[in-house]
Design a protein around this ligand. Sequence first.
Ligand code: ADP
Length: 467
Amino acid sequence: MYTYETLLAAITVEGGREVHNPATGELIGRVPTHTAADVDAAIDRAEAAQPAWAALSDEERVGYMNKIADAIEANAEALAELLSREQGKPLNGPNARFEVGGCVAWTRVPAGTPLPVEVVVDDGETYAEMHYRPLGVVGAITPWNWPMMIAIWQIIPSLRMGNTVVSKPSEYTTLSGLALNHILNTVLPAGVLETVAGAGDLGARLVESDKIAKIMFTGSTRTGKKIIEASSGNVKRLTLELGGNDAGIVLDDVDPKAIAEGLFWGAFINTGQTCAALKRLYVPDSIYDEVVNELAAFAAQMPMGQGLDEQNVLGPLQNEMQFNVVDRLVESAKASGARVVMGGNPDRDATGYFYPTTLIADIDPANELVTEEQFGPALPIIRYSDLDEAIRMANELEVGLGGSVWSSDRDRARAVAARVQAGTVWINSHGTINPFVPFGGAKQSGYGQEFGVAGLKAVAQPQVIQG
Ligand code: ADP
Protein backbone atom coordinates (compact mmCIF):
# COMPACT_ATOMS: atom_id res chain seq x y z
CA MET A 1 0.00 0.00 0.00
CA TYR A 2 1.31 3.41 -0.98
CA THR A 3 1.23 6.71 0.85
CA TYR A 4 1.17 9.90 -1.21
CA GLU A 5 4.93 10.23 -0.66
CA THR A 6 5.85 6.67 -1.66
CA LEU A 7 3.54 6.77 -4.69
CA LEU A 8 5.07 10.03 -5.86
CA ALA A 9 8.57 8.63 -5.29
CA ALA A 10 7.71 5.61 -7.45
CA ILE A 11 6.83 7.73 -10.50
CA THR A 12 8.73 11.01 -10.29
CA VAL A 13 12.03 11.17 -12.21
CA GLU A 14 15.08 13.17 -11.29
CA GLY A 15 15.77 15.96 -13.77
CA GLY A 16 12.32 15.54 -15.34
CA ARG A 17 9.85 18.28 -16.28
CA GLU A 18 8.50 20.15 -13.26
CA VAL A 19 4.86 19.75 -12.26
CA HIS A 20 3.22 22.44 -10.15
CA ASN A 21 0.03 22.58 -8.11
CA PRO A 22 -2.39 24.88 -10.01
CA ALA A 23 -3.82 26.18 -6.71
CA THR A 24 -0.57 27.11 -4.99
CA GLY A 25 2.21 27.03 -7.57
CA GLU A 26 4.07 24.53 -5.33
CA LEU A 27 6.44 22.09 -7.10
CA ILE A 28 4.92 18.62 -6.76
CA GLY A 29 7.15 16.32 -8.78
CA ARG A 30 9.01 15.76 -12.03
CA VAL A 31 7.89 13.70 -14.99
CA PRO A 32 9.71 12.15 -17.93
CA THR A 33 9.25 13.38 -21.49
CA HIS A 34 9.37 10.43 -23.80
CA THR A 35 10.61 10.53 -27.38
CA ALA A 36 9.10 9.15 -30.58
CA ALA A 37 11.52 6.21 -30.24
CA ASP A 38 10.22 5.57 -26.72
CA VAL A 39 6.66 5.50 -28.09
CA ASP A 40 7.65 3.02 -30.78
CA ALA A 41 9.33 0.80 -28.19
CA ALA A 42 6.24 0.95 -25.95
CA ILE A 43 4.04 -0.03 -28.90
CA ASP A 44 6.39 -2.94 -29.66
CA ARG A 45 6.23 -4.19 -26.07
CA ALA A 46 2.43 -3.96 -26.05
CA GLU A 47 2.29 -5.77 -29.39
CA ALA A 48 4.58 -8.53 -28.11
CA ALA A 49 2.48 -8.98 -24.95
CA GLN A 50 -0.88 -9.05 -26.74
CA PRO A 51 -1.11 -12.68 -27.98
CA ALA A 52 -0.50 -14.16 -24.51
CA TRP A 53 -2.96 -11.70 -22.96
CA ALA A 54 -5.59 -12.56 -25.58
CA ALA A 55 -4.97 -16.26 -25.04
CA LEU A 56 -6.10 -16.02 -21.40
CA SER A 57 -9.68 -16.99 -20.75
CA ASP A 58 -12.22 -14.26 -20.17
CA GLU A 59 -12.44 -15.41 -16.53
CA GLU A 60 -8.71 -14.97 -16.10
CA ARG A 61 -8.79 -11.44 -17.51
CA VAL A 62 -11.79 -10.61 -15.32
CA GLY A 63 -9.74 -11.86 -12.37
CA TYR A 64 -7.05 -9.31 -13.25
CA MET A 65 -9.68 -6.55 -13.53
CA ASN A 66 -10.99 -7.32 -10.06
CA LYS A 67 -7.45 -7.32 -8.65
CA ILE A 68 -6.94 -3.92 -10.29
CA ALA A 69 -10.09 -2.62 -8.57
CA ASP A 70 -8.78 -3.96 -5.23
CA ALA A 71 -5.41 -2.28 -5.82
CA ILE A 72 -7.00 1.08 -6.63
CA GLU A 73 -9.17 0.79 -3.52
CA ALA A 74 -6.18 -0.06 -1.33
CA ASN A 75 -4.29 2.98 -2.64
CA ALA A 76 -7.26 5.32 -3.02
CA GLU A 77 -6.18 8.01 -0.60
CA ALA A 78 -2.66 8.26 -2.07
CA LEU A 79 -4.10 8.48 -5.60
CA ALA A 80 -6.66 11.09 -4.57
CA GLU A 81 -4.06 13.27 -2.88
CA LEU A 82 -1.79 13.17 -5.91
CA LEU A 83 -4.72 13.90 -8.21
CA SER A 84 -5.81 16.81 -6.05
CA ARG A 85 -2.33 18.34 -5.99
CA GLU A 86 -1.75 18.02 -9.71
CA GLN A 87 -5.20 18.59 -11.19
CA GLY A 88 -6.30 21.06 -8.52
CA LYS A 89 -9.66 19.48 -7.71
CA PRO A 90 -10.47 19.24 -4.01
CA LEU A 91 -10.24 15.95 -2.16
CA ASN A 92 -13.76 16.48 -0.89
CA GLY A 93 -17.10 16.86 -2.75
CA PRO A 94 -17.59 15.24 -6.17
CA ASN A 95 -13.88 15.63 -6.87
CA ALA A 96 -10.63 13.70 -6.23
CA ARG A 97 -11.85 10.94 -3.87
CA PHE A 98 -15.02 10.69 -5.96
CA GLU A 99 -12.91 10.30 -9.12
CA VAL A 100 -10.82 7.51 -7.62
CA GLY A 101 -14.06 5.85 -6.47
CA GLY A 102 -15.25 6.15 -10.07
CA CYS A 103 -12.10 4.34 -11.22
CA VAL A 104 -13.07 1.40 -8.99
CA ALA A 105 -16.69 1.36 -10.22
CA TRP A 106 -15.65 1.65 -13.89
CA THR A 107 -13.32 -1.30 -13.34
CA ARG A 108 -15.70 -3.60 -11.47
CA VAL A 109 -18.66 -3.03 -13.79
CA PRO A 110 -16.95 -3.84 -17.10
CA ALA A 111 -15.31 -6.79 -15.34
CA GLY A 112 -18.71 -8.04 -14.22
CA THR A 113 -20.50 -7.46 -17.53
CA PRO A 114 -20.90 -10.72 -19.45
CA LEU A 115 -20.52 -10.61 -23.22
CA PRO A 116 -21.67 -14.03 -24.39
CA VAL A 117 -21.57 -15.23 -27.98
CA GLU A 118 -24.75 -14.02 -29.69
CA VAL A 119 -26.73 -16.35 -31.91
CA VAL A 120 -27.88 -13.96 -34.62
CA VAL A 121 -29.90 -16.35 -36.80
CA ASP A 122 -30.89 -19.97 -36.12
CA ASP A 123 -33.81 -20.74 -38.43
CA GLY A 124 -33.00 -24.29 -39.47
CA GLU A 125 -31.32 -23.13 -42.70
CA THR A 126 -28.81 -20.59 -41.44
CA TYR A 127 -26.87 -20.64 -38.20
CA ALA A 128 -24.86 -17.48 -37.48
CA GLU A 129 -23.08 -16.41 -34.32
CA MET A 130 -21.48 -13.10 -33.41
CA HIS A 131 -18.19 -13.23 -31.52
CA TYR A 132 -16.17 -10.31 -30.18
CA ARG A 133 -12.44 -10.78 -30.78
CA PRO A 134 -9.52 -8.66 -29.58
CA LEU A 135 -8.44 -5.85 -31.91
CA GLY A 136 -4.75 -5.88 -30.94
CA VAL A 137 -3.07 -2.85 -29.37
CA VAL A 138 -5.26 0.09 -28.31
CA GLY A 139 -3.89 3.63 -27.93
CA ALA A 140 -5.58 5.54 -25.06
CA ILE A 141 -5.22 9.32 -25.24
CA THR A 142 -6.51 11.13 -22.17
CA PRO A 143 -7.35 14.74 -21.22
CA TRP A 144 -6.56 16.65 -17.99
CA ASN A 145 -10.01 17.24 -16.46
CA TRP A 146 -10.76 13.72 -15.10
CA PRO A 147 -7.33 12.25 -15.81
CA MET A 148 -7.68 9.03 -13.83
CA MET A 149 -11.32 8.17 -14.45
CA ILE A 150 -11.21 8.79 -18.20
CA ALA A 151 -8.01 6.73 -18.47
CA ILE A 152 -9.85 3.87 -16.73
CA TRP A 153 -12.79 4.23 -19.15
CA GLN A 154 -10.36 3.72 -22.01
CA ILE A 155 -8.03 1.11 -20.53
CA ILE A 156 -10.24 -1.35 -18.64
CA PRO A 157 -12.73 -2.34 -21.39
CA SER A 158 -9.80 -2.63 -23.82
CA LEU A 159 -7.94 -5.01 -21.50
CA ARG A 160 -11.08 -6.99 -20.71
CA MET A 161 -11.59 -7.70 -24.43
CA GLY A 162 -8.05 -9.08 -24.86
CA ASN A 163 -6.27 -6.01 -26.19
CA THR A 164 -3.11 -4.52 -24.75
CA VAL A 165 -2.87 -0.76 -24.28
CA VAL A 166 -0.44 2.10 -24.75
CA SER A 167 -1.70 4.95 -22.56
CA LYS A 168 -0.82 8.61 -23.05
CA PRO A 169 -1.91 10.90 -20.23
CA SER A 170 -2.38 14.60 -20.91
CA GLU A 171 0.80 16.63 -20.59
CA TYR A 172 -1.08 18.72 -17.97
CA THR A 173 -1.77 15.74 -15.69
CA THR A 174 1.07 13.35 -16.39
CA LEU A 175 1.67 12.44 -12.74
CA SER A 176 -1.94 11.35 -12.32
CA GLY A 177 -1.72 9.11 -15.37
CA LEU A 178 1.64 7.67 -14.34
CA ALA A 179 0.42 7.01 -10.78
CA LEU A 180 -2.76 5.29 -11.89
CA ASN A 181 -0.98 3.10 -14.44
CA HIS A 182 1.70 2.30 -11.87
CA ILE A 183 -1.00 0.88 -9.59
CA LEU A 184 -2.53 -1.09 -12.49
CA ASN A 185 0.91 -2.45 -13.32
CA THR A 186 1.36 -3.82 -9.80
CA VAL A 187 -1.26 -6.34 -10.97
CA LEU A 188 -0.83 -6.75 -14.74
CA PRO A 189 1.77 -8.82 -16.61
CA ALA A 190 4.59 -6.82 -18.25
CA GLY A 191 3.77 -5.12 -21.54
CA VAL A 192 -0.03 -5.34 -21.19
CA LEU A 193 -0.26 -1.67 -20.18
CA GLU A 194 2.46 0.70 -21.38
CA THR A 195 2.56 4.42 -20.58
CA VAL A 196 4.15 7.23 -22.57
CA ALA A 197 4.57 10.71 -21.12
CA GLY A 198 4.60 13.78 -23.31
CA ALA A 199 2.57 16.17 -25.40
CA GLY A 200 0.33 15.90 -28.46
CA ASP A 201 3.17 14.79 -30.74
CA LEU A 202 3.31 11.48 -28.86
CA GLY A 203 -0.44 11.08 -29.25
CA ALA A 204 -0.03 11.74 -32.96
CA ARG A 205 2.67 9.06 -33.09
CA LEU A 206 0.22 6.54 -31.65
CA VAL A 207 -2.42 7.54 -34.18
CA GLU A 208 0.03 7.17 -37.08
CA SER A 209 1.31 3.75 -36.02
CA ASP A 210 0.07 0.83 -38.10
CA LYS A 211 0.63 -1.38 -35.04
CA ILE A 212 -2.17 0.39 -33.16
CA ALA A 213 -5.58 -1.03 -34.09
CA LYS A 214 -7.78 1.43 -32.24
CA ILE A 215 -7.61 4.84 -30.60
CA MET A 216 -9.72 5.71 -27.58
CA PHE A 217 -9.64 9.50 -27.42
CA THR A 218 -11.21 12.08 -25.15
CA GLY A 219 -10.30 15.69 -25.84
CA SER A 220 -11.09 18.62 -28.07
CA THR A 221 -13.03 18.46 -31.34
CA ARG A 222 -10.05 20.16 -33.01
CA THR A 223 -7.69 17.34 -32.03
CA GLY A 224 -10.38 14.74 -32.77
CA LYS A 225 -10.51 15.95 -36.38
CA LYS A 226 -6.73 15.61 -36.69
CA ILE A 227 -6.99 12.06 -35.34
CA ILE A 228 -9.65 11.17 -37.90
CA GLU A 229 -7.38 12.38 -40.71
CA ALA A 230 -4.27 10.66 -39.35
CA SER A 231 -6.03 7.36 -38.68
CA SER A 232 -6.64 6.40 -42.30
CA GLY A 233 -3.31 4.61 -42.80
CA ASN A 234 -4.48 1.29 -41.37
CA VAL A 235 -8.21 2.13 -41.19
CA LYS A 236 -7.88 2.53 -37.45
CA ARG A 237 -10.96 2.17 -35.27
CA LEU A 238 -11.78 5.29 -33.28
CA THR A 239 -13.87 6.15 -30.27
CA LEU A 240 -13.97 9.94 -30.00
CA GLU A 241 -15.40 11.77 -26.98
CA LEU A 242 -14.98 15.37 -28.07
CA GLY A 243 -16.03 18.77 -26.83
CA GLY A 244 -19.52 19.63 -25.73
CA ASN A 245 -21.51 22.73 -24.95
CA ASP A 246 -24.45 21.08 -23.23
CA ALA A 247 -27.74 22.91 -22.96
CA GLY A 248 -30.16 22.57 -20.07
CA ILE A 249 -33.77 23.51 -20.70
CA VAL A 250 -35.91 24.37 -17.69
CA LEU A 251 -39.67 24.00 -18.22
CA ASP A 252 -42.14 26.38 -16.61
CA ASP A 253 -43.57 23.80 -14.17
CA VAL A 254 -40.49 23.30 -11.95
CA ASP A 255 -39.99 24.26 -8.33
CA PRO A 256 -36.92 26.54 -8.63
CA LYS A 257 -35.66 25.74 -5.14
CA ALA A 258 -35.94 21.98 -5.70
CA ILE A 259 -33.77 22.01 -8.83
CA ALA A 260 -31.11 24.49 -7.66
CA GLU A 261 -28.72 21.86 -6.28
CA GLY A 262 -28.98 19.65 -9.38
CA LEU A 263 -28.46 22.61 -11.69
CA PHE A 264 -25.46 23.74 -9.67
CA TRP A 265 -23.62 20.41 -9.74
CA GLY A 266 -24.63 19.82 -13.35
CA ALA A 267 -22.79 22.99 -14.28
CA PHE A 268 -20.05 23.31 -11.67
CA ILE A 269 -18.89 19.73 -11.07
CA ASN A 270 -15.09 19.70 -11.23
CA THR A 271 -15.31 23.50 -11.29
CA GLY A 272 -16.98 23.31 -14.69
CA GLN A 273 -14.12 21.36 -16.28
CA THR A 274 -16.24 18.44 -17.43
CA CYS A 275 -17.05 17.37 -20.98
CA ALA A 276 -20.72 16.70 -20.26
CA ALA A 277 -21.35 19.58 -17.86
CA LEU A 278 -24.29 21.95 -18.19
CA LYS A 279 -22.75 24.89 -20.06
CA ARG A 280 -25.77 27.02 -21.03
CA LEU A 281 -29.08 27.14 -19.22
CA TYR A 282 -32.37 28.15 -20.87
CA VAL A 283 -35.02 29.34 -18.40
CA PRO A 284 -38.60 30.51 -19.14
CA ASP A 285 -39.50 34.10 -18.52
CA SER A 286 -42.27 33.18 -16.04
CA ILE A 287 -39.88 31.74 -13.44
CA TYR A 288 -36.57 33.26 -14.63
CA ASP A 289 -35.83 35.39 -11.58
CA GLU A 290 -36.71 32.64 -9.10
CA VAL A 291 -34.45 30.09 -10.84
CA VAL A 292 -31.55 32.54 -11.03
CA ASN A 293 -31.97 33.56 -7.39
CA GLU A 294 -32.24 30.00 -6.07
CA LEU A 295 -29.20 28.92 -8.08
CA ALA A 296 -27.21 31.91 -6.84
CA ALA A 297 -28.24 31.20 -3.23
CA PHE A 298 -27.06 27.60 -3.52
CA ALA A 299 -23.85 28.54 -5.33
CA ALA A 300 -22.92 31.13 -2.71
CA GLN A 301 -22.58 28.35 -0.10
CA MET A 302 -20.09 26.26 -2.09
CA PRO A 303 -16.53 27.02 -0.99
CA MET A 304 -13.71 27.27 -3.55
CA GLY A 305 -10.06 26.94 -2.61
CA GLN A 306 -7.04 24.71 -2.60
CA GLY A 307 -7.73 21.01 -2.87
CA LEU A 308 -6.21 19.59 0.30
CA ASP A 309 -8.40 21.79 2.50
CA GLU A 310 -11.35 19.51 3.33
CA GLN A 311 -13.92 22.29 3.39
CA ASN A 312 -13.54 23.11 -0.33
CA VAL A 313 -15.73 21.60 -3.03
CA LEU A 314 -14.55 23.79 -5.92
CA GLY A 315 -10.94 24.32 -6.98
CA PRO A 316 -8.83 26.29 -9.43
CA LEU A 317 -8.80 25.92 -13.19
CA GLN A 318 -6.21 23.32 -14.01
CA ASN A 319 -4.02 25.56 -16.13
CA GLU A 320 -3.44 29.10 -17.29
CA MET A 321 -4.72 28.40 -20.81
CA GLN A 322 -8.13 27.40 -19.41
CA PHE A 323 -8.19 30.33 -16.99
CA ASN A 324 -7.67 32.64 -19.96
CA VAL A 325 -10.51 31.00 -21.94
CA VAL A 326 -12.98 31.50 -19.08
CA ASP A 327 -11.75 35.04 -18.43
CA ARG A 328 -12.07 36.01 -22.11
CA LEU A 329 -15.58 34.60 -22.45
CA VAL A 330 -16.91 36.22 -19.27
CA GLU A 331 -15.37 39.56 -20.27
CA SER A 332 -17.11 39.25 -23.63
CA ALA A 333 -20.44 38.65 -21.87
CA LYS A 334 -19.88 41.63 -19.57
CA ALA A 335 -18.97 43.88 -22.47
CA SER A 336 -22.18 42.90 -24.25
CA GLY A 337 -24.30 44.18 -21.34
CA ALA A 338 -25.19 40.84 -19.75
CA ARG A 339 -25.90 40.94 -16.00
CA VAL A 340 -23.34 39.52 -13.58
CA VAL A 341 -25.33 37.80 -10.84
CA MET A 342 -22.23 36.61 -9.01
CA GLY A 343 -18.48 36.27 -9.67
CA GLY A 344 -16.89 37.55 -12.86
CA ASN A 345 -14.16 39.29 -10.89
CA PRO A 346 -11.04 37.05 -10.78
CA ASP A 347 -7.85 38.13 -9.05
CA ARG A 348 -5.58 37.90 -12.07
CA ASP A 349 -2.43 38.49 -9.98
CA ALA A 350 -3.11 35.64 -7.54
CA THR A 351 -0.83 32.59 -7.56
CA GLY A 352 -3.50 29.96 -8.28
CA TYR A 353 -5.69 29.81 -11.38
CA PHE A 354 -8.84 30.52 -9.40
CA TYR A 355 -11.83 31.85 -11.27
CA PRO A 356 -14.77 32.61 -8.95
CA THR A 357 -18.13 30.88 -9.35
CA THR A 358 -19.88 33.04 -11.95
CA LEU A 359 -23.51 33.29 -13.02
CA ILE A 360 -24.34 35.53 -15.99
CA ALA A 361 -28.01 36.39 -16.56
CA ASP A 362 -29.95 38.20 -19.29
CA ILE A 363 -27.33 37.30 -21.85
CA ASP A 364 -27.72 37.50 -25.63
CA PRO A 365 -28.11 33.90 -26.86
CA ALA A 366 -25.54 34.64 -29.56
CA ASN A 367 -22.86 35.80 -27.08
CA GLU A 368 -19.58 33.84 -27.13
CA LEU A 369 -20.06 32.69 -23.52
CA VAL A 370 -23.11 30.81 -24.81
CA THR A 371 -21.87 29.59 -28.18
CA GLU A 372 -18.29 28.61 -27.17
CA GLU A 373 -17.32 25.98 -24.62
CA GLN A 374 -16.17 27.80 -21.45
CA PHE A 375 -15.04 24.63 -19.59
CA GLY A 376 -14.95 26.46 -16.30
CA PRO A 377 -17.08 27.89 -13.48
CA ALA A 378 -19.12 30.43 -15.46
CA LEU A 379 -22.69 29.64 -16.43
CA PRO A 380 -24.73 31.78 -18.86
CA ILE A 381 -28.49 31.75 -18.14
CA ILE A 382 -30.59 32.59 -21.19
CA ARG A 383 -34.18 33.84 -20.87
CA TYR A 384 -36.80 32.36 -23.21
CA SER A 385 -40.52 32.80 -23.70
CA ASP A 386 -41.24 30.15 -26.35
CA LEU A 387 -40.23 26.52 -25.71
CA ASP A 388 -39.81 25.73 -29.42
CA GLU A 389 -37.36 28.62 -29.64
CA ALA A 390 -35.43 27.30 -26.61
CA ILE A 391 -35.15 23.86 -28.24
CA ARG A 392 -34.02 25.48 -31.49
CA MET A 393 -31.29 27.40 -29.64
CA ALA A 394 -30.21 24.26 -27.75
CA ASN A 395 -29.77 22.47 -31.09
CA GLU A 396 -28.15 25.19 -33.15
CA LEU A 397 -24.52 24.46 -32.22
CA GLU A 398 -22.29 21.93 -34.00
CA VAL A 399 -21.80 19.88 -30.83
CA GLY A 400 -24.19 17.55 -28.98
CA LEU A 401 -22.63 15.60 -26.14
CA GLY A 402 -25.28 15.84 -23.41
CA GLY A 403 -28.36 17.87 -22.60
CA SER A 404 -30.96 18.11 -19.85
CA VAL A 405 -34.62 18.93 -19.35
CA TRP A 406 -35.94 20.06 -15.96
CA SER A 407 -39.63 19.58 -15.22
CA SER A 408 -42.04 18.20 -12.62
CA ASP A 409 -43.89 16.39 -15.44
CA ARG A 410 -41.83 13.40 -16.59
CA ASP A 411 -43.80 12.76 -19.78
CA ARG A 412 -43.54 16.37 -20.83
CA ALA A 413 -39.80 16.33 -20.09
CA ARG A 414 -39.35 13.14 -22.13
CA ALA A 415 -41.15 14.67 -25.10
CA VAL A 416 -38.80 17.67 -25.01
CA ALA A 417 -35.77 15.39 -24.46
CA ALA A 418 -36.57 13.50 -27.66
CA ARG A 419 -36.14 16.77 -29.59
CA VAL A 420 -32.70 17.63 -28.14
CA GLN A 421 -29.81 16.70 -30.44
CA ALA A 422 -27.41 15.09 -27.98
CA GLY A 423 -25.97 11.67 -27.19
CA THR A 424 -27.56 11.69 -23.72
CA VAL A 425 -30.43 13.79 -22.41
CA TRP A 426 -30.93 13.69 -18.65
CA ILE A 427 -34.18 14.60 -16.93
CA ASN A 428 -33.84 16.62 -13.73
CA SER A 429 -30.09 16.07 -13.55
CA HIS A 430 -27.11 16.70 -15.80
CA GLY A 431 -23.97 14.68 -16.38
CA THR A 432 -25.00 11.83 -14.07
CA ILE A 433 -23.10 9.09 -15.87
CA ASN A 434 -23.34 5.44 -14.88
CA PRO A 435 -20.99 2.57 -15.79
CA PHE A 436 -23.90 0.42 -17.00
CA VAL A 437 -25.30 3.09 -19.35
CA PRO A 438 -23.68 3.77 -22.75
CA PHE A 439 -22.28 7.27 -23.19
CA GLY A 440 -21.24 9.02 -26.39
CA GLY A 441 -21.73 12.16 -28.42
CA ALA A 442 -23.89 13.36 -31.28
CA LYS A 443 -22.75 15.66 -34.10
CA GLN A 444 -19.21 17.06 -33.62
CA SER A 445 -19.04 15.78 -30.04
CA GLY A 446 -17.70 12.57 -31.51
CA TYR A 447 -18.74 9.03 -32.23
CA GLY A 448 -18.64 5.62 -30.60
CA GLN A 449 -19.94 4.74 -27.17
CA GLU A 450 -18.25 3.96 -23.89
CA PHE A 451 -19.64 2.04 -20.85
CA GLY A 452 -21.98 -0.91 -20.63
CA VAL A 453 -22.13 -3.70 -23.16
CA ALA A 454 -21.80 -1.18 -26.02
CA GLY A 455 -18.51 -0.02 -24.51
CA LEU A 456 -17.08 -3.54 -24.49
CA LYS A 457 -18.15 -4.13 -28.09
CA ALA A 458 -16.46 -0.87 -29.11
CA VAL A 459 -13.03 -2.24 -28.21
CA ALA A 460 -13.50 -5.56 -30.00
CA GLN A 461 -13.61 -6.84 -33.55
CA PRO A 462 -17.04 -8.31 -34.29
CA GLN A 463 -16.70 -11.63 -36.06
CA VAL A 464 -19.54 -13.65 -37.56
CA ILE A 465 -19.17 -17.42 -37.65
CA GLN A 466 -21.75 -18.87 -39.96
CA GLY A 467 -22.49 -22.47 -40.81
P1 ADP B 1 -7.61 19.57 -24.17
O1 ADP B 1 -7.96 20.93 -24.65
O2 ADP B 1 -8.69 18.90 -23.39
O3 ADP B 1 -6.24 19.43 -23.58
P2 ADP B 1 -6.61 18.24 -26.49
O4 ADP B 1 -7.43 17.64 -27.57
O5 ADP B 1 -5.65 19.30 -26.84
O6 ADP B 1 -7.68 18.70 -25.45
O7 ADP B 1 -5.80 17.12 -25.71
C1 ADP B 1 -6.32 15.88 -25.30
C2 ADP B 1 -5.22 14.83 -25.43
O8 ADP B 1 -4.86 14.71 -26.81
C3 ADP B 1 -3.93 15.15 -24.71
O9 ADP B 1 -3.41 13.95 -24.14
C4 ADP B 1 -3.04 15.67 -25.81
O10 ADP B 1 -1.66 15.52 -25.56
C5 ADP B 1 -3.46 14.80 -26.98
N1 ADP B 1 -3.18 15.35 -28.31
C6 ADP B 1 -3.00 16.64 -28.68
N2 ADP B 1 -2.79 16.74 -30.01
C7 ADP B 1 -2.84 15.48 -30.52
C8 ADP B 1 -2.74 14.91 -31.83
N3 ADP B 1 -2.54 15.67 -32.91
N4 ADP B 1 -2.86 13.58 -31.96
C9 ADP B 1 -3.11 12.79 -30.89
N5 ADP B 1 -3.22 13.27 -29.63
C10 ADP B 1 -3.09 14.58 -29.43
